[in-house]
Write a protein that binds this ligand. Structure first.
Ligand code: NAD
Ligand code: TDX
Length: 357
């Protein structure tokens, strides 16, 4: 049976994937209220959502998922019938230099959100309810040269980031097993696309190439990532939210493995053309640097359960998706400049009149 939410709470909706999800979900579900709860860390950028200002079905709440009273108030006040939980610290490198906030947000924050959601669901204020935890293939650890992560692959997280996401996933599982709460859990591969914060590989490459800065490649550059366009991730999440059985776990991916160095070369070459530079010029910016500690060698997702059970498959080809992404960054250099200069942090104050984010 299809679940049709009427009022959803999106956490972390000012970030990369959350903002893309809000745009596509609101376009597809024009009767549903969307409340975006985000505390606006360095990764939260309300400029990603300017197109929605004034839309009566969209509401932004500045706040922390770890704020029990605030979360309880939003759940009851907005009669939330689905929580789509993106809010997290998401950058592996930052989790190596400062793991504590990862545990606070990703583990403790998720537990608070789960606990308040449980009380809200059990209060009977809404007839049906879902809690969807957005997770990552990184919880499964690292693969060798062959094989794929399935939903049965044991969790074997290797970085403080992925360990915190695995902890959150297990809490979600526990709330289903212990309380019968209607939870869902998705685990997706690496995303790319518009609004990607330029500390992550693909937007960092584009930004540095435009500015003729070095392109740091960790280790030997042969680590493999499985890339999916962020709008395909958004459509998969919507499918799972509406059609998956409570308690289920779904991998999300598009069978699109790339060695890092091949992605770097591809982005260099596409930008040679667009910036009218000589063939091979951008590749001269490539700089091999010290490897990331504990750097997972290969990720590859088997998403056949999602295809077989719910009929989902990606709509972007990588060629189309990466070309469009590069063009988006070229057309939106102001967005990138505001992020890299820190100017985006004044946006909340300008728009909502509060203190700087
Ligand atoms: P992001 O870092 O771009 O955005 C995270 C958002 O969460 C930001 O807007 C931030 O302000 C908000 N946030 C952080 N702590 C918060 C808190 N305590 N309370 C409220 N809001 C808070 O992250 P992203 O890349 O969009 O990832 C979103 C989710 O998807 C994460 O849970 C991540 O683990 C998962 N995921 C990401 C990828 C990827 O490739 N980026 C792949 C698979 C899964
Ligand atoms: O400068 C760089 N040089 C480089 O070689 C950066 C930033 C990254 N890399 C490598 C490390 C990874 O093998 O590129 C690959 C991708 O790195 P990131 O963009 O940092 O992503 P990753 O560590 O794979 O994690 C991402 O995908 C899974 C997201 O940040 C996570 O939130 C998500 O769960």
């Amino acid at each position: 049976m299809i679940f049709v939410p009427e009022s959803i709470l999106v956490t972390g909706g000012a970030g990369f994937i959350g903002s893309n999800f809000i745009h596509s979900f609101m376009a597809n579900n024009q009767r549903c209220m969307v409340t975006n709860l985000d505390c606006l860390t360095y990764a939260g950028n309300l400029e990603n959502l300017t197109a929605l200002e004034g839309n009566p079905n969209y509401r932004f709440v500045k706040g922390d998922i770890g704020d029990t009273e605030l979360v309880a108030g939003v759940l009851a006040g907005q009669k939330i019938d689905a929580v789509v939980h993106f809010a997290a610290e998401s950058h592996v490198d930052r989790s190596i230099t400062g793991p504590e906030i990862f545990i606070r947000t990703n583990v403790l924050g998720t537990q608070i959100l789960l606990e308040e959601s449980r009380k809200h669901w059990q209060s009977g204020l809404v007839p049906d309810f879902r809690f969807l935890q957005i997770s990552t293939d990184e919880v499964y650890g690292s693969l060798g040269d062959t094989g794929y992560f399935t939903e049965e692959t044991p969790l074997a997280a290797n970085s403080p980031y992925s360990a915190s996401k695995a902890g959150a996933d297990l809490l979600v599982r526990a709330y289903h097993e212990t309380f019968g709460m209607p939870t869902l859990n998705t685990r997706c591969s690496n995303n790319y696309g518009p609004y990607h914060f330029p500390e992550k590989l693909i937007p960092l490459l584009i930004h540095n190439i435009i500015n003729k800065k070095p392109l740091p490649v960790y280790g030997d550059g042969l680590n493999v990532r499985d890339w999916l366009h962020v709008r395909d991730h958004a459509s998969a999440i919507e499918t799972v939210l509406k059609a998956a059985a409570p308690g289920s776990v779904y991998n999300i991916g598009g069978n699109n493995e790339w060695k890092n160095i091949d992605i770097v070369n591809l982005v260099c070459d596409l930008l040679d053309e667009r910036l009218e530079r000589a063939e091979g010029e951008n590749r001269t910016l490539i700089t091999y640097v010290k490897d990331r500690p504990g750097h997972d060698r290969r990720y590859a997702i088997d998403a056949s359960r999602l295809k077989n059970d719910l009929g989902w498959s990606p709509s972007f080809t990588f060629e189309q998706g990466i070309a469009e992404t590069i063009d988006w960054y070229l057309a939106n250099q102001k967005w990138v400049e505001e992020v890299t200069s820190g100017a985006y942090r004044d946006y909340y104050k300008k728009q909502y009149g509060g203190g700087a984010a």
